[in-house]
Ligand binder design. Sequence first.
Ligand code: GDP
Ligand code: IMO
Ligand code: MG
Length: 460
Amino acid sequence: MPLTTIVGALWGDEGKGKVVDAINEEADVIVKANGGGNAGTTYVIGDKKVILHLLPSGVLRGKRSLLAQGMVARPDQLCKEIEEFDNLNLGIDPRLHMTLHYHLALDYAREKAADLKAKGDNKTSGGAIGTTLSGIGPTYEQQKSRAGIRFFELCGDEAKLRQKVKANYEYVQGIIRQLGLEMVMPDRKIIEGKYVIEDVPLSLEQCEELAVESGKKLKRYMADVADEVLTAYKEGKKIVFQGAQGTLLDIGFGNYPKVTSSEVRAPAVYTAVGIPAFPMKVVGIVKAYPTKVGSGPVVTCLDCQKWPVDESFSDPVAKIIRERGQEKGATTGRARRVGWPDMVILKYSNNLNGFTDLALTRFDLLSDINPIKVCVAYMIDGKVTDKYPAWDLDALTRAKPLYAEIPCFGDITGIRNYDDLPSGAKQFVELMEKSTGAPVSIISVGPERSQTIFRNFKAF
Ligand code: GDP
Ligand code: IMO
Ligand code: MG
């Protein structure tokens, strides 16, 4: 099969970057099809660490790398990432929508307003989402209302572009004023270990200049990605679709409204890229334990559902994992909430994606936790269920996890063959396979490219 999709099975940050990088060795074309600056993907290559938000991982191996229609992208962020690479083989679809700075201002204003209204109670459906403040929601919203600026317009007639930017700036300014707030951009910083956001005023002139200048720089990368992928497919080339975010953040099937604004699931790739539904492999990336940045219920949460994380309420297991695993967002630097492994959400994710393979990541971080609790069902209002009511955040807040226990298995970072794994580790893998019916064919035991166990895995 020449098509392989890499999809986040949980709430994002599963380690998609590491797995996609391993698969890319054999690929000809790597395509990103959803999300934008909200994604933060880390690649560890020898002693070098690279974090990318927009560019597909193919750029690390000099492969043809494409941004498809379903993505959104901030032009200045694109220019900055592009500058880091020589001889990029990059194509950007003209239909892709641009995130401009006023989208960030609107995202920020809405989050502030929601927080004020909820008075800090972000547990259920109320309150701020905890977005990455990357302007994602407002960009997709303008796409749907047909007022957005596509890559095509960004690189087109300058006078028309300025007019559109002005109209959109004024539209956004109107909404922000109605909220009683100012047109300011969020500048995220970590100061003395604390996540802080500073306000930066935003003018129309800034937005116009940025759009015009970046359009001139980026025009050379314009490519009809839908047509190119179809042609590559017909020529028998090997194509990887690199997902962003995770299934439980999907706009339709995630924990709405605590979700992102794009379709994240594997089948959504076809419409996001613009190709027929050819058969494909679907590799679900599953972190050994779930993490979540942003608010919303996590049934197995070890941080007492607190968002933002307040460690005085956290279980010691969460503290150990967060400390050792550096569980902080690659995009925002915010601490991620940690939970016990949860087979209920994994089953739900499998039903939506149809995993042909699972890649288990960050398995090393569970190695000396004893015992490891794995959630196999929920008790909701006195009833036991293994079905996940993704749409009902109040029910998920009331749900009590029911656990199986797996014994501690010790250091596995040096293991490269499945048969050499300790029995506790194998029990964990078998439980995941039983819950989904999909084989765990990749096991990642450390951040390095080499720290990977392949089990009869075929990338294509
Ligand atoms: P993505 O958004 O899914 O690509 O994931 P992120 O890059 O945001 O976060 C995953 C983090 O886990 C990165 O820092 C990776 O280097 C790291 N990582 C991936 N696999 C493993 C693993 O098996 N063990 C450890 N310790 N770290 C890993
Ligand atoms: P990668 O690709 C983890 C979360 C945010 C927030 C919600 C909405 O690195 O796995 P948005 O900015 O998209 O409007 O925020 O979605 N979120 C992510 N969480 N990893 C990501 O991407 C995410 N992208 C968005 O924290 O809860
Ligand atoms: Mg990430």
